[in-house]
Design a protein around this ligand. Structure first.
Ligand code: PLP
Length: 445
């Protein structure tokens, strides 16, 4: 039974006051709620049946589009067959099979998979693996972790410590021994560049400075998003990731790519590692792993790192870490069906094919009111607006509300609009998103 809610009044929201919403202005939301009741392919539908074109794949998750039959069926079947099984000291076949399938999507010897339930858990797991690896090699003084300004690595204490978003950090105690690279956002040199900017590879050289300050022998890992999503689509300059890779390798530091957003076709390849041809030591993922349908994350680790940790213990548990739901049957079933859907519909190749059209379309917004930059890669775009004096983020938030009212779901972060539609999007739907945005930008003050 589909319940109907009257969107006009927050009093009609069931238990409006009980749900403490994450990363939300709760007071404003409850005064003027936006609800989704169902979804199909490229659209959400509000409780009163209004279609909303999804220009964000939910929250960068639903790469194959919504409620895809194969995935729905797999979850339903699995729920009736094996609803739950732990993976501590026993497991179930699907978890092993799924790990093999995930491993095949990543390059080189990135072929050992640790399951989590979210991107945040994947990040904290990856950081722990890095520490455990150095300890297993007898190099336990390597405990420092290096993140990057404007990095988003979820909300665990590890993730916010290596992350670079001040509002996510200032209230909380952080991990000690963490330093940060500078971010790569460079409006002065790279505004309106299509794809990867030519300028900025040298931002990676700051790592040599950090190494000089702390000593390489104290540093365990560097973690970056290959393309920073949540802080406004920061596309890596050409040569930047390559340079990070060569500096980390030279100093025996592990390179972690946080691919929670970039894996599973978002950049027109299985992973950003593949798209950029840069080999990290550890990759974190989540979101598109199960098409957002059942919560799941994974950490994909080079075999040599895995083997070092496993072989360091003669018997007994080698790595004291894991989750009740690691390798959950429903998530594994959803993940298998998700990867099958990606493969059957060649969705990663489709994203690559659509990239030039998408690029052209979003860059047509250059010259629209308030727009100070447009950047893109794969099926991701960032449209940066000039912020209002003394009201950072207000203009983009207004754009978000106006776009939703006009039937398009966009994502905003600060004063940046981020687009990341499902990879099944049509050219006409790309046009519709851009036309709506053009109208919205004219409308807002
Ligand atoms: N890492 C990156 C790069 C992300 O973009 C996100 C979420 O957007 C996370 C980690 C956290 O993922 P989750 O919200 O599933 O914990």
């Amino acid at each position: 039974m589909t319940m109907k809610y009257n969107m006009a009044s927050p009093m009609d929201l069931p238990n409006a006051s009980s749900f403490w919403m994450p990363f939300t202005d709760n007071k404003a939301f409850k005064e003027s709620p936006r609800l989704l009741a169902s979804a199909k392919d490229m659209h959400y539908f509000t409780p009163d049946g209004r279609p909303i074109l999804d220009a964000t794949a939910g929250l960068w998750c639903v790469n194959a589009g919504h409620t895809r039959p194969k995935i729905v069926e797999a979850i339903q079947k699995q729920a009736a067959e094996l609803d739950y099984g732990p993976s501590f000291q026993l497991s179930h076949p699907l978890a092993f099979e799924f790990a093999d399938h995930v491993a095949r999507l990543f390059p080189g010897d990135l072929n050992r998979v640790f399951f989590t339930n979210s991107g945040s858990e994947s990040v904290d797991t990856a950081l722990k693996i890095a520490l455990a690896y150095h300890r297993a090699r007898g190099d336990g003084a390597r405990t420092r972790l290096i993140g990057r300004e404007r990095g988003y690595h979820g909300v665990g204490f590890g993730g916010i410590s290596v992350g670079g978003i001040v509002s996510n950090r200032r209230v909380f105690a952080l991990l000690p021994g963490v330093d940060h690279l500078p971010h790569t956002h460079d409006l002065a040199r790279n505004a309106f560049v299509k794809g990867q900017p030519e300028k900025g590879a040298e931002f990676a050289d700051a790592l040599e400075g950090i190494i000089g300050l702390h000593g390489a022998e104290t540093i365990a890992a560097v973690i970056v998003e290959p393309l920073a999503g949540s802080t406004g689509v920061l596309v890596p300059p050409k040569g930047y990731l390559e340079r990070l890779q060569s500096i980390t390798a030279k100093h025996g530091i592990l390179l972690i790519f946080d691919e929670v957003i970039t894996a599973f076709g978002r950049l027109g390849a299985g992973s950003a590692a593949e798209r950029f041809g840069v080999m990290p030591d550890i990759v974190t993922c989540a979101k598109g792993l199960t098409n957002g349908s059942v919560p799941m994350g994974a950490v994909v680790v080079r075999q040599s790192i895995h083997d070092t940790i496993i072989d360091a213990t003669r018997s007994g548990i080698e790595f004291f870490h894991g989750y009740t739901y690691s390798g959950h049957p429903l998530a594994a079933a959803a993940g298998m069906a998700t990867l099958e859907t990606y493969r059957e519909e060649s969705l990663f190749a489709r994203a690559k094919e659509l990239e030039p059209y998408f690029e052209q379309a979003v860059h047509s917004l250059r010259g629209s009111p308030h727009v100070v930059d447009i950047r893109n890669l794969g099926l991701v775009a960032g449209i940066e607006l000039e912020g209002r004096k003394d009201a950072a983020g207000a203009r983009a938030m207004e754009a978000f509300r106006a776009a939703f009212d006009a039937g398009v779901l966009i994502r905003v972060t600060g004063d940046i609009i981020a687009l990341s539609p499902p990879l099944i999007i049509s050219r006409q739907q790309i046009d519709a998103i851009v036309e709506t945005l053009a109208t919205v930008l004219k409308k807002i003050a």
